[in-house]
Design a protein around this ligand. Structure first.
Ligand code: URA
Ligand code: CA
Length: 433
């Protein structure tokens, strides 16, 4: 087989077969096929697209390019959740104990990564003593016994995706539905998921800015999942403003506790119930989404979800007393109010800009070497659609620096008050096939 023939075939709009896809993925991973040929093929895929069979084959070829996590010793259907990323997205911290409390096994591998705040792992590490470096054997046992465990990323998962994603980044080929969908799905499958729930975000703070693009990506991923034997569902949710009220590591952990106590922000609670219902159905713990939602609501009301969070923290060495005493979490030295400059309705709180402001405070990493400040961040006292009068605090900046003029400038540009406005739609679509 020759790479040039594969490039020409795709350039001319023909479908590649599984052998051809496996050939270029393994050849690229082991260094036999050079960057320039793969970037040419990526550009051909960008213009010519891939059909369902090609997308499934590309996904599995990337899964098979490296290590795979074996969760087969864990009883039950292992459902994983993936979000395409947003600002203040606290869902995993709430979902993991919540669905575990109704019997869904949660074997979560999580990253740190770059962004406006840390990843789930960083957020959990705001709990003193919490340990994410547990052996595979202990991990499996914890999930079997206690239904939930979270570990840091280990092993060499999907090296083909790592290499291809980095190449796409510098060759103008990131924005291709078949390439994005196979990239995301390969990582979930390599991490051992039997079934997958996807939260595809749309809006200024999202990777997919428009509803149409988000929908196309969601359908593509659901189809790949179902074609490779992993039951998959998706939702499309709003990321035009930050999710919930808290953005920051310890601040989001506290928000997760509030939500598990039934006192969380409305949007975060609704999103968690929607995604959680899909997870419960895919794990075969309920037969309909309605039945699943009832189970989850009961788990919050009865306190069993919160109790699960407590045992989850202490199982991994964390100080579970923070659930009753959240003031023991890391906090920032200064709290600075950002006030409304006039009366009206908030019509815009640009998620991405507020995320950048929180990164400027030190809540997230710009480069891999950056250290996170766990206590800092932003808490929204008002959200889009809320009425304000001049002088009301719209948000509170939690900072370890006294001087935050640059951050106030950034926030000024990202928040708009007008005479009329409304609450944005939170969940645009639910995609079950
Ligand atoms: N996120 C991924 O993991 N892969 C892509 O290709 C794009 C976004
Ligand atoms: Ca939040």
């Amino acid at each position: 087989m020759r790479m040039v023939d594969i490039i020409e075939k795709k350039r001319d709009g023909k479908a590649l077969n599984t052998e051809e896809i496996e050939f270029f993925v393994s050849g690229y991973t082991n260094g036999d096929i050079p960057d320039y040929q793969v970037s040419s093929l990526a550009m051909a895929i960008f213009f010519q697209d891939m059909n369902d069979d090609e997308r499934a084959a590309l996904t599995m070829a990337m899964v098979n390019s490296g290590d795979k996590i074996d969760l087969s010793k864990i009883n039950g259907v292992k459902v994983d959740k993936h979000s395409t990323g947003g600002v203040g997205d606290t869902t995993t911290l709430v979902l993991a104990p919540l669905v575990a409390s109704v019997g869904v096994p949660v074997a979560k591998m999580s990253g740190r990564g770059l962004g406006h705040t840390g990843g789930t792992i960083d957020k959990l590490e705001s709990v003193r003593g919490f340990n994410v470096e547990i052996s595979e054997k202990d991990f499996v046992q914890l999930v079997n016994d206690k239904k939930v465990a979270v570990v840091g990323q280990s092993g060499n998962l999907t090296p083909a995706d790592k290499k291809l994603y980095a190449l796409r980044d510098i060759t103008g080929t990131v924005n291709s539905i078949p390439l994005i969908a196979s990239s995301i799905m390969s990582k979930k499958i390599a991490a051992g998921a039997d079934a997958i729930v996807l939260d595809v975000k749309t809006g200024s703070g999202a990777f997919m800015k428009t509803l149409g693009d988000a929908e196309a990506l969601a359908h593509a991923m659901v189809r790949i999942g179902n074609n490779v034997g992993r039951n998959t569902m998706a939702i499309i949710s709003d990321m035009s403003q930050p999710l919930g009220r808290a953005i920051g590591n310890a601040l989001e952990l506290k928000e997760a506790i509030d939500t598990l106590k039934g006192r969380g922000p409305k949007d975060l609670t609704e999103l968690v119930l929607t995604l959680g219902s899909q997870m419960v159905v895919l794990a075969e713990k309920a037969s309909t989404l309605e039945e699943a939602r009832e189970l989850l609501k009961k788990a919050i009301q009865s306190g069993s979800a919160l109790a699960k969070f407590k045992t989850f923290l202490s199982n991994q060495g964390g100080d579970a007393s923070i659930i009753d005493y959240p003031e023991r979490l890391p906090s920032a030295r200064y709290q600075i109010q950002f006030q409304a400059k006039k009366d009206g309705i908030i019509t815009e709180m640009i998620a991405n800009e507020i995320g950048v402001a929180s990164m400027m405070l030190g809540a997230g990493r710009q480069t891999k070497e950056d250290k996170i400040d766990l206590g800092v961040g932003i808490v929204l006292n008002k959200k889009v659609g809320d009425h304000v009068i001049e002088g009301d605090s719209i948000l509170t900046i939690h900072s370890n620096k006294e001087q935050v003029d640059d951050i106030l400038d950034k926030l000024n540009e990202s928040i708009t008050i007008e005479d009329k406005g409304e609450v944005p739609i939170l969940i645009h679509k639910i995609i079950t096939e």
